[in-house]
Design a protein around this ligand. Structure first.
Ligand SMILES: *Cc1c(COP(=O)(O)O)cnc(C)c1O
Length: 480
């Protein structure tokens, strides 16, 4: 399988060649030249497979330059119930991503949560990041190289990356986070890690300061090359690929035969998670509706409703109670536009140049946008008030506590329930990560999985940093 850039102006590359990189040289994102097609017969034959075996079947279609036995070993090591046992369905940890059925709503529609937050950091980002950790370690060892991952986080990404890379050979993580701006639980998750290859840098500033410094270091090409700096941001193809698997698993758990169709609702920020759903659908998975849910930062909802993509300046991004979706420019969106335009790299390049110069583009009159319903997308948004009401309602009606991002999903999913159908909402995090809003909604603290009780009291390992690129660079050089 070869990969091409969405801007059509980079050489094609293999899986291993793009695994450790970010953008293609022309500024585009990598996608496979074609999506492997899965027949109904093949899909049925996967019904009995464990999550790891299913993952192997799907990943080997995309990755043909790692020997099959090695790949299988890495996947088995990643998707084991010992790693995904922290969620509410711990008794079904063997499924890795079990469905938690809520009940029947509307006209006999089944509404369920696809539990993706059972991993070490209690958010869905573990699903892909854990695999990346194992793939990176393997690939680096083969090439006799090492890698220094530099990232900025406002919470979920940083902790998922650290827990995936901790104690991995050949890898160090330097993670910038805004000091005092994350929830106590999220800070404790990251800062309590004692692994020698993990460096937490608490910046005296906001998340944008952290992100700007990462960009500045990445643009310093000689520093980057001399210190083997890499990233694990959400444009990484391996992350998208790993997320395709749970759409298949969710489908197989929810259906009896492969003639059934089901719908998914996805709380979205950078369009990574739902992009994987789009790819699963392009591979032939019988998905009816793919519903995109945003919070008040509704750039993507606006696009799917109107055809107009209008990014916001980062200073205009609203700080909401579903903070992992506070995004004004969705980094994976280009992958979908490329497919929507019939894989026209030239046009995709022109449109995303226009995003840089004019802040967006307008496809409302374009024939491609007229056909967008063929891709199954629907969209909606929600507010803080909606979140509070949804968290309360799901708690009262079903006795289930959901987090703020999942609540955005449930709110929007309910607007698209068809009679006698099945809708799965992707559970993107557990409520304990966003405890303040749970307290506000329910008047009681969020449930804490036993393994995490008292995490806020563990000793922390973190270094304070001013907003100063040179100081960050010095720190990296001193610690590699
Ligand atoms: C990252 C994240 C999202 C957004 O996912 P994207 O892939 O960026 O669309 C939603 N919810 C939670 C809890 C997250 O951590």
């Amino acid at each position: 399988m070869l990969y091409q850039s969405t801007r059509g102006n980079s050489p094609q590359a293999s899986f291993s060649e793009i695994l450790l990189g970010g953008l293609a040289s022309d500024g585009g994102l990598y996608l496979p030249i074609e999506y492997p097609q899965i027949t109904a017969v093949q899909l049925n034959s996967w019904r009995q497979l464990s999550y790891a075996d299913l993952a192997f079947e799907i990943i080997q279609l995309y990755c043909d330059d790692i020997p099959a036995n090695d790949l299988k070993g890495l996947i088995k090591k990643t998707y084991t119930s010992a790693v995904y046992c922290n969620g509410r369905s711990a008794d079904r940890a063997d499924d890795i991503t079990p469905i938690h059925w809520l009940g029947l709503e509307g006209e006999q529609s089944r509404l369920g949560l696809l539990s993706l937050s059972n991993g070490p950091t209690l958010a869905f980002k573990d699903m892909a990041m854990q695999l990346l950790g194992n793939l990176f370690e393997y690939t680096l060892a083969k090439a006799k190289q090492d890698l220094n991952i530099l990232g900025a986080t406002s919470g979920d990404t940083g902790s998922a990356a650290e827990y995936a890379m901790r104690s991995k050979k050949g890898i160090r993580v330097f993670m910038l986070s805004p000091r005092g701006k994350m929830s106590a639980f999220q800070s404790a998750q990251m800062y309590s890690l004692q692994d020698a290859n993990i460096f937490n840098l608490a910046v005296e500033g906001v998340f944008d300061d952290c992100q700007d410094m990462v960009k500045a270091v990445s643009n310093d090409l000689s520093f980057k090359a001399a210190n083997r700096i890499g990233t694990v941001n959400s444009i990484n193809w391996g992350r998208v690929m790993a997320q395709v698997i749970y759409y298949f698993k969710g489908y197989l758990l929810a259906t009896q035969s492969s003639s059934e169709k089901i719908s998914f609702t996805v709380p979205s920020g950078n369009f990574g998670n739902i992009c994987a759903g789009h790819i699963a659908r392009m591979m032939g998975l019988p998905i009816d509706q793919l519903v995109l849910a945003t919070n008040e930062n509704d750039v993507l909802d606006e696009f799917f409703k109107s055809g107009i993509y209008r990014t916001r300046k980062s200073s205009e991004t609203l700080h909401t109670s579903s903070p992992s979706m506070d995004i004004s420019k969705a980094s994976n969106f280009e992958r979908f536009i490329f497919d929507l335009l019939g894989k026209d790299g030239k046009r995709t390049a022109a449109l995303f140049k226009q995003v840089e110069t004019e802040g967006g583009f307008d496809l409302s009159k374009d024939p491609a946008f007229q056909r967008i319903s063929e891709f199954g997308f629907r969209s909606g948004s929600s507010s803080h008030q909606n979140r509070l009401e949804t968290i309360r309602d799901i708690d009262r009606r079903y006795g289930v506590m959901i987090d703020t991002h999942t609540a955005d999903g449930v709110k929007v999913a309910r607007e698209f329930l068809k009679p006698h159908s099945t809708m799965l909402v992707l559970e993107t995090a557990l409520p304990i990560k966003f405890g303040a809003t749970i307290q506000e909604a329910l008047g009681r603290p969020a449930d804490c999985p036993t393994a995490f009780e008292g995490i806020e009291r563990l000793p922390q390992r973190v270094v304070n940093m001013p907003v100063d690129v040179k100081k960050i660079q010095d720190f990296i050089e001193e610690h590699i």
